[in-house]
Design a protein around this ligand. Structure first.
Ligand code: PLP
Length: 405
């Protein structure tokens, strides 16, 4: 038998959130160590229960969910998504513009597979949610990273974005609210991005999976509502806002100047058909989720569990000598800056591995988010405060003595 190697398509594909350090943590667990995991934005295991109405609805529909659905998804789910965006003032959309997927992840890969030819370029934020970079590489495209500016609350640097546009650029990807930085983009900035897209004839692809997880006075603006002459893809789903990541329910919507993208949209529809349909029981959650009581609001408002945990995490991190983080305005993460020179750090992955070995706390290194400058790590503030507090205390202990050689 011939040896089997991974395909060259995977040569440049990297997804470090679930990479070798997680394997190492699993090995430590097998050896009996208890690891405090601040590495993955998966709300349910931390006691964030799904809204009961959603569970009831899925159970109610289960017996009738045995067959494939329409490839683009069940009708009520697509109507609910359409209405959700109509309420955000997106004009000229129909149920045909919506594809339901097995989470946003599947749709990100589908959107890139359908769009890119060899070396076509896509502008992606740095830092990013690394599936975006991975999906572009897998699709034989070239991810080109534009900087987000920590000194400006991690908003994208428009001058840098402009400087990265070439003849091969097809689209600008936005992650808003952002993972890993927690930035929520201002309306003015989104307007500037629209201007750029207009000037260079680019599509805008906006990943808005955290659009309801906002703190303080942050307001989310859906960029697709801000212009009709540009082609937009908007992605979101139930994993975070409704705490049901395991259900794998997400959606993709095309809007704006769809005439420009007729052929691409046909390609997307074909890719949706090739995988038959998304998981049907979970599609039944979408209408109830979007239409019903929004219990996330209780978690993010003053005194709400997520807000309390965010405040605690930021305060504790900012009190540690050599660490700092911009207070996130959305999502579930603190993106922590480490004063690399103070600790002699040249390798952030080794830093995170050392933290795991010494203090049994698992976080993700900044370069895993395609950030090449500076030293950072991302921590998830989902654990209850009685677990979050000791976890960050251990991080503090680690940095009291840490020196990389
Ligand atoms: N997009 C962003 C920005 C994310 O942070 C995540 C998950 O962490 C996803 C997409 C994937 O979400 P899903 O569970 O819908 O596949």
């Amino acid at each position: 038998m011939k040896t089997l190697n991974k395909s060259h398509k995977l040569d440049n594909v990297c997804y470090d959130i679930r990479g070798p350090i997680l394997d190492y943590a699993k090995k430590m667990e097998d050896e009996g160590h208890r690891i405090l995991k601040l590495n993955i934005g998966n709300p349910a295991p931390f006691g964030f229960e799904a809204p009961e109405d959603i569970l009831k609805d899925v159970i109610h529909h289960l017996p009738r969910s045995q067959g494939y659905s329409d490839a683009k998804g069940i009708y009520p789910a697509r109507v609910a998504v359409m209405q959700y965006y109509q309420q955000k003032n997106i004009k000229n959309i129909t149920v045909e513009d919506i594809i339901i997927g097995n989470g946003v992840s599947e749709l990100i890969v589908m959107a890139m597979q359908g769009l890119l030819n060899n070396n076509d370029e896509v502008l992606i934020p740095s830092p990013d949610y690394p599936l975006w970079t991975a999906a572009v590489s897998l699709s034989s495209g070239k991810p080109v990273h534009y900087l987000c500016d920590e000194s400006n609350a991690w908003q994208p640097d428009i001058a840098d974005m402009r400087s990265k546009i070439s003849d091969k650029t097809k689209a600008i990807v936005l992650i808003n609210p952002n993972n890993p930085t927690g930035a929520v983009y201002t309306k003015e900035l989104l307007g500037e991005i629209i201007e750029l897209a207009r000037e260079f004839g680019l599509a805008i692809i906006s990943d808005e999976i955290y659009d309801k997880i906002l703190y303080d006075d942050a307001q989310h603006h859906c960029i697709a509502a801000m212009a009709t002459d540009i082609f937009f893809i908007t992605l979101s789903g139930l994993s975070k806002n409704y705490r049901i990541a395991g259900f794998r329910a997400g959606w993709l919507m095309v809007s704006g100047n769809k005439g420009l993208a007729k052929n691409y949209i046909e390609g997307l529809n074909m890719l949706a058909s090739m995988r038959m349909c998304a998981n049907v029981p979970s599609q039944h959650a979408i209408q109830t989720a979007l239409g019903g009581y929004q219990s996330i609001n209780e978690l993010i408002s003053t005194g709400g569990r997520l807000k309390v945990q965010r405040d605690l995490a930021c305060n504790m991190i900012n009190a540690i000598d050599g660490l700092s983080c911009v207070v996130p305005q959305g999502a579930l993460y603190c993106f922590v800056k480490v004063a690399a020179e103070k600790f002699n750090i040249t390798n952030d992955e080794l830093m995170v591995l050392d933290l795991l070995r010494q203090e049994k706390v698992l976080v993700v290194h900044g370069s895993g988010f395609n950030l090449r400058e500076g030293c950072y790590f991302r921590l998830v503030f989902l654990p209850h405060i009685d677990e979050l507090t000791p976890a960050i205390e251990r991080i503090g202990n680690f940095f009291k003595h840490y020196k990389q050689v």
